[in-house]
Design a protein around this ligand. Structure first.
Ligand SMILES: NC(=O)c1ccc[n+]([C@@H]2O[C@H](COP(=O)([O-])OP(=O)(O)OC[C@H]3O[C@@H](n4cnc5c(N)ncnc54)[C@H](OP(=O)(O)O)[C@@H]3O)[C@@H](O)[C@H]2O)c1
Length: 202
């Protein structure tokens, strides 16, 4: 599959590494072209599926560089979190409660099918569900049911995510983004990023 990964941080690198290993035709997007990356717009134009793995504070800027026309009609898997490190650690959220970064991105790109997912797990776990230690849950949020089904299938077939919970429309990103406040404290307490949520119900 032709995939554009927007982002050259640890998430972009983890996703690109795994997707290349799986044989996908990949272009990684960055502000500046380099050995391993092309401009955001080229990665967006290349992909049938696009992953937004840019810094949350600059995600809208990066997507503007990617270009709405290059993203039109496509699925954008948004893994970003609205973390604000301006006052140090632990970070707060720069958008929360009644809004989310997922919603802001969807508003900015009305012709793109934004699916918020993978933002609740460490990047090494994203691409290898078993790494969390047993079966656990992945969430999808978005306005387009088919796009969410496509992302769920992709997550299962490519990365081993058997349990995907469809939370509902893009406003449900508010919950998964706010979970980061707990994720960060769990990371501190458990001293590893190899963990995840498992939903139990009767
Ligand atoms: N780390 C994890 O395991 C994890 C897990 C779940 C979700 N997330 C989320 O995934 C996203 C990526 O995280 P990360 O740690 O891999 O990388 P990051 O350092 O948060 O972001 C790196 C990317 O953001 C771009 N960027 C930075 N400043 C920019 C600006 N002013 N304008 C446009 N683009 C800019 C960079 O562009 P250049 O390529 O040009 O440098 C780079 O591609 C974040 O939103 C994070 O919250 C991370």
């Amino acid at each position: 599959m032709r995939i554009g990964v927007l982002g050259t941080g640890m998430v972009g690198r983890a996703l690109a590494g795994k997707l290349r290993e799986l044989g996908h035709d990949l272009v990684v997007g960055s502000r500046v072209a380099g050995d391993d990356a092309q401009p955001f717009a080229e990665a967006a134009a290349h992909g049938e599926l696009i992953v937004n793995a840019t810094n949350g504070a600059y995600a809208l800027d990066a997507l503007a560089q990617a270009g709405a026309e290059n993203l039109r009609g496509k699925i954008l898997v948004d893994v970003t979190n609205p973390l604000d490190f301006s006052k140090g650690f632990p970070p707060s959220l720069f958008v929360s409660n009644t809004d989310s970064l997922g919603e802001q991105i969807q508003k900015e790109l009305p012709d793109t099918k934004v699916v918020k997912s993978f933002n609740t797990i460490n990047c090494e776990v994203m691409v290898d569900a078993a790494r969390a230690g047993g079966e656990s849950d992945l969430f999808v949020s978005g306005n387009d049911p088919e796009a969410k089904a496509t992302v769920s299938r992709f997550a299962r077939e490519q990365f081993g995510w058997k349990n995907v919970v469809d939370l509902g429309d893009i406003t449900t990103s508010r919950g998964t983004e706010a979970y980061l406040l707990l994720w960060i404290r769990l990371y501190g307490a458990l001293k590893t990023g190899d963990f995840n949520i498992k939903i139990v119900k009767k």
